[in-house]
Design a protein around this ligand. Structure first.
Ligand code: ARG
Length: 482
């Protein structure tokens, strides 16, 4: 299947101006500009496979219900098999005169099998047909995205495991706050991706309902069997209101919202990779295959891929707003506005799929510079809170302990050293103004002030102690089924 076929060329292109499927009522043809403006075939041909699948289920139901004959069904099946092959091989002649994917395929079917092709649209409208196609298409896209999230997670867990005990500064306000491990930091992104997967899986439930049978908007007077079509197409249930079935695109909006959140998470990770890779920070290096050079500055190695992930998040957010805006003013039921749902939707799925694919690889292309991370931990008093907590455990009220440590930090600033470099006496002198602080300090404070001591002490569920990071990884693997 190809997106690049030029409409109007190829074996079955019509040479005479063909009659449109609905042209009987009209006295003049549309201009070329209007034709191009109203046609969706250049982009909705991506749903051809789903369109054929939906039509085959519909035809099977029509035959089962005696609405069309068994021979009609056989003809439709034969014609559709040929059309599917033509599309697969890039031989199908998409024609702008036939407006959209639905009319293009129906017209070709009629050319191939005659009257049976003309009977296919019995009890159906393009309104319920297109809604069905989009849902089938989106269901496939969600399944692909869920598989790719799982792949990304597997890689993330590998790297997190390697660095479950690698210390780095944790930041708040981009200022050194407290020691964490790099594995713990990566596991934060694992948790985000877990919620992303949940959102897509949940959205899939509402995507997976069958609009077909709603016809144009009011249902149909043929004795159709919607449950049969739903089960043929793997839908969990039918849409229960015909007006709603053909008109709402909330499921597509939900998908775009889930996509916007996923991209937002990956954009944050990208921003961190970019920052960490800056020589000013130097926490990581990124494999060359994700970077490019500069055409003027020979020394440059730029993190283009994460920068583009961050940039592409903008277009995904834009698509969400586009679909919300598309929907908000539409009276029931179907309006042609809805044709505009496809490009943002397709673009969103494409962007998410490519981004996840790249990320699964990129995450293993991170080279951690553990010395630089540790070096950064010795600037910024990362264990100051541990010192305060020590005093609290020895009986000093927390506010007093906070004040005592603030004085010690000020003294360290003046001396130009980090807290662990003070002698016990120096620490006591620095805290002298806070009654009860100095006498509570003992030599055991130096174990508390080390990075390892600080990390190991945060050993509850969700904490950064290496043993807890390993437990989080094991829990994640068990959740994912190994
Ligand atoms: N191409 C149209 C769309 O994408 C199909 C439905 C058209 N229905 C109609 N009554 N014009 O929405």
């Amino acid at each position: 299947m190809t997106d690049t076929t030029t409409p109007g060329t190829g074996a079955n292109a019509s040479t005479d101006a063909p009659a449109k499927a609905w042209s009987g009522r009209f006295t003049e043809p549309v201009s070329d500009l209007v034709k191009r403006y109203t046609a969706s075939v250049p982009f909705d041909q991506r749903m051809a496979r789903q369109d054929i699948r939906g039509s085959l289920a519909h035809a099977k139901m029509l035959a089962k219900q005696g609405i069309i004959g068994a021979q009609d069904l056989a003809d439709i099946e034969r014609g559709m098999a040929q059309i599917a092959g033509e599309i697969e091989r890039g031989e199908f002649a998409w024609n702008l005169d036939d407006e959209d994917v639905h009319l293009n395929i129906e017209k070709r079917l009629t050319a191939l099998v005659g009257d049976a092709g003309k009977r296919l649209h019995t009890g159906r409208s393009r309104n319920d047909q297109v809604a069905t196609d989009i849902r089938l298409w989106l269901r496939d896209a969600i399944d692909q995205i869920l598989a790719l999230i799982a792949e990304f997670q597997a890689k993330l867990l590998e790297v997190a495991e390697t660095h479950a005990g690698t210390p780095m500064p944790g930041f708040t306000h981009l200022q050194v706050a407290q020691p964490v491990t790099f594995g713990h930091h990566l596991m934060a992104y694992y948790e985000m991706s877990r919620r992303d997967a949940e959102r897509f899986a949940d959205c899939r439930k509402r995507v997976n309902r069958l609009p077909l049978g709603a016809a144009a908007l009011a249902g149909t007077n043929y004795p159709i069997d919607r449950e049969f079509v739903a089960s043929e197409l793997g839908f969990d249930e039918v849409c229960f209101n015909s007006l709603d079935a053909v008109s709402d695109r909330d499921f597509a909006i939900e998908f775009c919202a889930a996509a916007a959140l996923l991209m937002t998470h990956l954009s944050r990770l990208s921003e961190e990779l970019i920052l960490w890779m800056s020589p000013r920070v130097g926490f990581i290096d990124l494999a060359d295959r994700f970077c490019t050079g500069s055409s003027i500055m020979p020394q440059k190695k730029n993190p283009d891929v994460p920068e583009l992930v961050r940039g592409k998040t903008g277009r995904v957010n834009g698509s969400l707003i586009a679909l919300l805006t598309l929907m908000k003013g539409q009276p029931l039921a179907y309006n042609k506005d809805n044709q505009e749902d496809k490009e943002p939707l397709f673009d969103t799925a494409d962007t998410v799929i490519d981004t996840l694919r790249i990320y699964a690889d990129m995450i293993t292309g991170i080279r951690v510079k553990a010395e630089a991370m540790r070096g950064a931990l010795s600037q910024g008093y990362a264990t100051a809170t541990d010192l305060a907590d020590y005093l609290v455990k020895k009986g000093l009220p927390f506010r007093d302990a906070h004040e005592a440590v603030a004085l010690a930090v000020r003294a360290a600033d003046v001396k130009g050293c980090d807290l662990p470099q003070f002698s016990l006496d120096e620490l006591r002198i620095a805290m002298a103004h806070v009654p009860g602080a100095a006498e509570r300090l003992g030599t055991d404070i130096f174990a508390v002030l080390t990075v390892e001591g600080s990390l190991a002490s945060r050993k509850h569920v969700g904490g950064t102690a290496p043993e807890q990071v390993r437990a989080a990884i094991a829990r994640a693997r068990a959740d994912r089924g190994g």
